[in-house]
Each structure stands twice: as structure tokens, then as C-alpha cells.
Design a protein around this ligand. Structure first.
Ligand code: OXD
Ligand code: MN
Length: 591
């Protein structure tokens, strides 16, 4: 007979709904112990030691990488799993064709079965966390229950968690519920399930970042986007960056790119040669929560407090800030190691791998040494260009919203939407060539409106209507732009140098926001005129610049037709205004 363990929760919180929920979860999952996370450094150290002891973490070379550890995930568990990610609303239409759906009751039955006694022999960790600065009216809280100490350590680096978050939760009286177990890591019993109407997440069978650190994609995007719609704000897959010009004026930009289009690099950009007197400040590299303030200004906070960044490709040229930042106090997941136990990844220009990401001897024959989706987890405070406003409760005023994608053809380096409604269409038209961040095929163009395809927690049609509604609430909304750093020439070479040089494009965007510079009006929007973009000192010829800014009407008509077909698939949930905007562009391209 099973012994009946009694879990005493009254000592931990006075908040009844939290007590009750933790109690119910414990009854269901039957852990040996319950640990309420305080969020102290000592607790973090203890968890690290425990994981070093049982092999969950491996110590990296402490001379060169102090406080850095390596975690090797299960080889079948290396990325988000979109086909196993569900949004379970009462009405299927509310989840929309952009989400996988199951009836909530059916999903719960399935999950009850998975979670039943799944924590036997394990410790159940209760992590109160706050997404956003603790004192911000824009922040929202959650509690994640997990049986993974790796998740706790990552949440410690990525969020404001522990006692201070619990105090806020007790003040607010409400929180998002997130239940996670790594289960048996069986790909056939892996489900990432959201119940937006109940502000609840249940994730089973994966230990990988986006599936398991529930504060990030599950809460701060899928659940928050749903919550944001009912409360009148926006939860977006956007980096937030501050660009300070030599005169001292700082503009804040919120930029949405699909996974692995260089969001972290742009957020941490280092001004290139010739731009030494410019400064770039990072607010966030992945998620922005944006609210209109009383004056109608859109303001953004970063709900996260750390980065879960893609490692391969990081080096002193592509992202020197990140390269320095991850030399201490970083958890690496699925990188390779060198003979002297330093982390190694493709694109790192020093050292050589001797063990691949699985831990096998590396001989170069079986693919890359580091997994293409290997990651670093690090506190944002370690970023040398961490903005002092990253902790400001009121967030930062956004001058420009920038969409982008990885397109080897078609999309010019930069263009500006005519107005907000056109900007919403530009966002809805985002598409990108796929990469390794999600499982599936690499290199195919997929539609990824607002870069939210995997993350929008409700019907895209309703989401666009929500975006459009901001025009009725403010007449000082940010300007909207689209960029493409990835255009290639006929031989497949990138036309634009990218990285730090992207600041030249941001400069044009800022000048447009400040009303300091004119533009060419074209059917797809406003483009820089010859001479408007500063290409002094870089190897971009007039001819290359012309190619970068060229708009092929035939190709664009096809693209706009594709977008039209895609939008039509949302049926009567598609806001008519978006259809009107689409037809306007289609006609302009015809003319
Ligand atoms: C991420 C992603 O991990 O977008 O940020 O996939
Ligand atoms: Mn992301």
C-alpha cells in the first residue's frame, strides 16, 4: 500500500489559492519533498553543487570560465516542440488555426495521467517568480512547480524569483500557474499545454528551455498575449534596445524577428568603426510587454531578467558583448568541450572540440560539435551594455516597432510602413527561412506574423484586431518598420555586412522617427533614398546598395497574394481593416 504523505503548506504562504494549488499538485505528483525557492544566492549554489554531484551539471574550466557549467540534455530533447504544444480554450475558434488545440477537459485527463505520481522519489520545487521589475505595474507574476533543479537554476538566472516575488504575489492575490515535470523524457509523452482562460500551463516530458522554463515562452508570450488582449496591452516576441546618438538623445526600439534571426546580437550591438560616439543599451533580447501610458505613449518592459541565447556563432566579431558576458557565471546547454574543458561551439574562433554535445569523442564526421540550438543562460546584469532603465517600473518609451525576417530574396534592407494599420499588415506579413530553434525542416520560408507564430496564445485574427485597435486609443503610436539583414546576391553571398553595421539602418529609422529625413514613397512603404543610408567606410558599393533597396514588383505581387491567401485562412476572425489594407497595397503594386 502507498504511504500517505501529508504536505504541510501553511508555513510557506498565507495565500490560500496558492496553498491549495500546491497541495493539489503534491497530491497528484507525490514528491518526496517540497522545496519553496527563496531565490537566494546560497540556494542557487546548493542546487549547483547538488547537480554537480549527480552529473546533471559538469564543471567547465573554472580558470577561464569561473562559475560556468555544462548541462547535456537528453539527445531527443533539444528544442521547442511546436507539434506538441497546445492552446486549450473552451471554443476551438478562440485558439485559432495558428495553434494546436484540444478540448480542455480532454487535455487535462491526458495530463493527469502523465503527472500522476510522476515526482515520486524526487523533490518538488515551488518557484514564485515575477515577470518584469518587481515594482512595475506592468509586471505579472507566476508560480512554476517543477521537479527539475536545472529549471530552478535557469529560472534563478532568467527571472526575478523567490521571496520577493512571493511577496508581490501575496499582494496581488493572483498568479499564473505553471506545472512542469521532466517525466520520463519520452518524446511520445511530451506535451506543452496552455489553458489561457485559466491562466494555467502544464508541461510534461521535456527539460529543454522554452518547454520547461515556463516563465519565458509559455507565460510571457502565450498566456500573457491572451491576458494582454483582455487588459489592453501587448505581449510580444521582441527585443528592446536603446540607441543613443552622439547628441545624447536615446530612442528605444522594439524589434520582432523569428527565432534565430539575430535578436540577441541586435539587442547587444556594438557600434562599428566610425560610430564610436554612439551607444547601444540592451533592455531585452526576446520579449517585450508594451502598454500605453496616460499620455498615449507606448512603453515597454522586458519581463525577463536574463538571456537564454543561442551559442553557435557567438564570437568576438559577431557579438563581443555576449562573448565576454558568457565567460563567467553561465549555464551552457549542449555545447561541445575542449581538451582543457572549456566550452566550444561552431563559430568560436579559439580552441578545438574533443567531445561533442552528447559527450562522445568528436571526430568531425557526425555533424557539428555543439548542437545548433545549444544555449547559454546568463543573468542580464552581466551584459556590459545593460540599460539602467531595464529595472525601471515605468519601462521605456518606444519610438519604433521593427519587424524583420530572414529572407534571401524579396524584402529590402529596410522600409517604413505608411501608418499603424499598414504596420500591422507588415507585421502580419512577416515570413522567415526556418532554422534549428524549433524542430522541423531548416531553410524553408514559413509565415510567422509578428514573429509570434509559435507564441500567440489565441486566434491570430483576434490578435490583429487587437493590434489595430491601438490606433483608436493613441495618436502618438510608434512608427513601424521592416528590416532584412539576410538578402543574398545571385551567388548566395550576403549583400549586407550585418552585425554592428546594422546600426546604420537603425540610424535611418531613428531619423525617420524624429522627422529628420525624407524617403522614397513606394507601394510597399517608405524606403531610404540614394545617399540617405550611411555606408561610409564599409564595403557596400552603390550597386549593392541598389540591390539591397530594390523592390521587384512582380515578386512582391506574388508575395502579397501569398499573404492574402494566408490572411483569408482566418475566415471571419480576420479584421476587415486588414483586408482593406492588403487590397490597397495589392492595387498600388498593380499601378
Ligand atoms: C527562443 C526562440 O528560444 O524564439 O527565443 O526560439
Ligand atoms: Mn525567441
Amino acid at each position: 500500500m502507498l504511504s500517505h504523505r501529508v504536505y504541510d503548506l501553511t508555513v510557506t504562504t498565507q495565500l490560500k489559492p496558492l496553498q491549495e494549488w500546491v497541495g493539489e499538485v503534491a497530491e497528484l505528483t507525490r514528491p518526496d519533498r517540497i522545496h519553496w525557492c527563496s531565490g537566494s544566492e546560497q540556494e542557487y549554489r546548493q542546487l549547483i553543487d547538488q547537480m554537480l554531484g549527480d552529473g546533471t551539471l559538469l564543471e567547465l574550466n573554472q580558470q577561464h570560465y569561473p562559475g560556468c557549467y555544462l548541462h547535456r540534455s537528453d539527445p531527443t530533447d533539444v528544442a521547442r516542440v511546436e507539434h506538441l504544444t497546445f492552446v486549450c480554450t473552451e471554443d476551438e475558434e478562440d485558439a485559432g488555426p495558428n495553434n494546436n488545440w484540444k478540448p480542455p477537459e480532454e487535455a487535462k485527463r491526458m495530463l493527469q495521467d502523465c503527472f500522476s505520481a510522476c515526482m515520486r522519489g524526487r523533490t518538488m520545487y515551488v518557484i514564485p517568480y515575477c515577470m518584469g521589475p518587481l515594482e512595475s505595474p506592468y509586471a505579472r507574476c507566476g508560480v512554476e512547480i517543477t521537479d527539475s533543479p536545472y529549471v530552478v537554476a535557469n529560472m534563478y538566472l532568467m527571472t526575478r524569483m523567490g521571496d520577493a516575488a512571493l511577496a508581490r504575489i501575496e499582494r496581488d492575490g493572483n498568479f499564473v500557474k505553471g506545472l512542469h515535470s521532466t517525466g520520463e523524457l519520452d518524446p511520445d509523452r511530451r506535451y506543452i499545454v496552455h489553458f489561457p482562460e485559466e491562466l494555467t500551463i502544464m508541461s510534461y516530458g521535456s527539460g529543454y528551455g522554452g518547454n520547461a522554463l515556463l516563465g519565458k515562452k509559455c507565460h510571457a508570450l502565450r498566456i500573457a498575449s491572451y491576458q494582454a488582449r483582455s487588459e489592453g496591452w501587448l505581449a510580444e516576441h521582441m527585443l528592446i534596445v536603446g540607441v543613443q546618438s552622439p547628441g545624447g538623445e536615446t530612442h528605444y526600439l522594439a524589434c520582432a524577428f523569428p527565432s534565430q534571426c539575430g535578436k540577441t546580437n541586435l539587442a547587444m550591438l556594438i557600434p562599428p568603426e566610425g560610430y564610436e560616439d554612439w551607444k547601444v543599451w540592451t533592455l531585452g533580447d526576446d520579449i517585450a510587454w508594451m502598454h500605453l501610458d496616460a499620455a498615449g505613449q507606448l512603453r515597454a518592459i522586458n519581463p525577463e531578467a536574463g538571456y537564454f541565447g543561442v551559442v553557435p556563432g557567438t564570437n568576438r566579431k559577431t557579438n563581443p558583448n555576449a562573448y565576454d558576458m558568457i565567460e563567467a557565471d553561465t549555464i551552457f546547454t549542449n555545447v561541445a568541450v575542449t581538451a582543457d574543458n572549456q566550452p566550444w561551439w561552431e563559430g568560436k574562433d579559439t580552441g578545438e572540440p574533443v567531445l561533442d554535445w552528447v559527450g562522445n569523442p568528436y571526430d568531425g564526421a557526425n555533424g557539428p560539435a555543439a548542437h545548433p540550438n545549444s544555449r547559454f543562460t546568463v543573468s542580464a546584469k552581466q551584459n556590459p551594455c545593460y540599460s539602467e532603465l531595464a529595472d525601471a517600473p515605468e519601462g521605456v518609451p518606444i519610438s519604433a516597432v521593427v519587424f524583420g525576417g530572414r529572407r534571401s530574396e524579396l524584402a529590402p534592407l529596410v522600409f517604413q510602413a505608411r501608418d499603424w494599420a499598414h504596420g500591422v499588415l507588415v507585421g502580419a506579413g512577416v515570413a522567415s527561412e526556418t532554422t534549428a530553434a524549433a524542430t522541423g525542416q531548416v531553410g524553408v520560408v514559413r509565415r510567422d506574423p509578428m514573429a509570434m507564430k509559435p507564441f500567440c496564445g489565441y486566434n491570430y485574427g483576434d490578435y490583429w484586431a487587437h493590434w489595430l485597435s491601438f490606433a483608436n486609443r493613441s495618436d502618438r503610436l510608434p512608427k513601424v518598420f521592416h528590416v532584412n539583414w539576410f538578402r543574398r546576391d545571385g551567388d548566395g553571398r550576403f549583400l549586407w555586412p550585418g552585425f554592428g553595421e546594422n546600426l546604420r539602418v537603425l540610424r535611418w529609422i531613428i531619423d525617420r522617427c524624429a522627422g529628420r529625413i525624407g524617403a522614397d514613397e513606394r507601394p510597399i512603404g517608405y524606403l531610404p533614398r540614394p545617399g540617405d543610408l550611411d555606408v561610409n567606410g564599409i564595403d557596400v558599393s552603390d550597386d549593392t546598395l541598389n540591390q539591397l533597396l530594390s523592390v521587384d514588383s512582380g515578386q512582391w505581387r506574388d508575395e502579397v497574394d501569398e499573404i492574402g491567401k494566408y490572411l483569408a485562412s482566418f475566415g471571419d476572425r480576420l479584421p476587415p481593416e486588414l483586408g482593406t489594407e492588403h487590397d490597397r497595397i495589392r492595387r498600388a503594386l498593380e499601378a
